[in-house]
Ligand binder design. Structure first.
Ligand code: ATP
Length: 265
């Protein structure tokens, strides 16, 4: 039950195909993570560096961390910086230890640290010795990950500049990868992912026009647009069904054609 509370997912369903606009990121993850995991004999005793994903909110950091777990056959535990700190005094260090213990038991396992900046932001303001102890516990757990332990750390932050350099050292979160706001091609790719997931047909030109009308939108906002459009189209279909029912002359074939009709936007 504790595991559930802290975001334990034995097998995330997200795949790299669900991550739009992130092809170069995916390639980097393939080389630094997936291939070494798949071919341990080639990479011999190679300790995998943790990855720090950084960039604005809602652009796919969590999504790609889950996909990475899925694609490498690992389970997934997610925890956020604030959540770790929001414990009784003295409990946070133990929470960090337990987290890694659980990950070892569930290995291969990805531990995803969301909003990790919360753990380190005020570390330099040296009156915060409690935070220091929590961070030191984290560093020592990261250092203690063995070559073949199959525990992998992924961090996420909107504020890379706030992260303590000690955390970003090689062997800890040694690889930083930016997940930026999508550009035009990226927005189109993300829209296509969500249209496909909801089984909605939309022409390439319409997708391109829509994407260019919403410059500056994040992946989360794009997902939301598709969701809203889908919901509106569904409500429209329901209204037509209701009108047919009210007319009292509906026939099953006609009803079916409304229900089964492909949604086009
Ligand atoms: P935060 O910094 O707020 O934690 P995040 O970068 O982790 O944000 P996600 O949680 O991965 O963002 O994205 C939120 C939702 O937005 C996802 O569940 C997905 O539906 C959609 N989304 C975001 N980025 C992408 C993307 N690149 N491709 C497809 N969907 C995306």
């Amino acid at each position: 039950p504790t595991a559930m509370r802290e975001g334990f997912d034995p097998a995330p369903k997200e795949t790299f195909d669900d991550c739009g606009a992130l092809d170069t990121v995916i390639e980097e993850i393939q080389n630094n993570f997936i291939r070494p995991i798949k071919y341990p004999r080639v990479f011999r005793d190679h300790k995998l560096d943790g990855i720090m994903l950084y960039g604005p909110p809602g652009c796919g950091k969590t999504q790609i961390a889950k996909a990475l777990a899925h694609e490498s056959g690992a389970s997934f535990i997610s925890v956020s910086g604030p959540e770790l700190l929001d414990k009784y005094v003295g409990e946070s260090e133990r929470a960090v230890r337990n987290l890694f213990e659980r990950a070892r038991m569930a290995s291969p396992c990805v531990i995803f640290f969301d909003e990790i900046d919360a753990l380190t932001a005020s570390r330099s303001g040296s009156d915060n010795s409690y935070m220091d102890r929590v961070v030191n516990q984290l560093l020592s757990e990261l250092d203690g990950i063995r070559e073949n332990s199959q525990v992998f750390a992924i961090g996420a932050t909107n504020r890379l500049d706030l992260i303590d350099q000690a955390i970003l050292r090689p062997g800890r979160f040694g690889i930083s990868i930016e997940i930026p706001l999508p550009d035009q091609a990226g927005r189109e790719a993300i829209l296509r992912v969500h249209l496909r997931k909801r089984n909605i047909a939309m022409g390439a030109e319409e997708v391109a026009t829509l994407a260019s009308d919403i410059e500056g939108f994040s992946g989360a906002e794009l997902a939301d647009i598709v969701k809203t459009a889908h919901q509106m189209a569904s409500l429209e279909a329901v209204q037509r069904l209701e009108a047919l029912e009210r007319s009292g002359q509906s026939n099953p074939a006609e009803m079916d054609s409304i229900v089964l009709r492909p949604i086009t936007l």
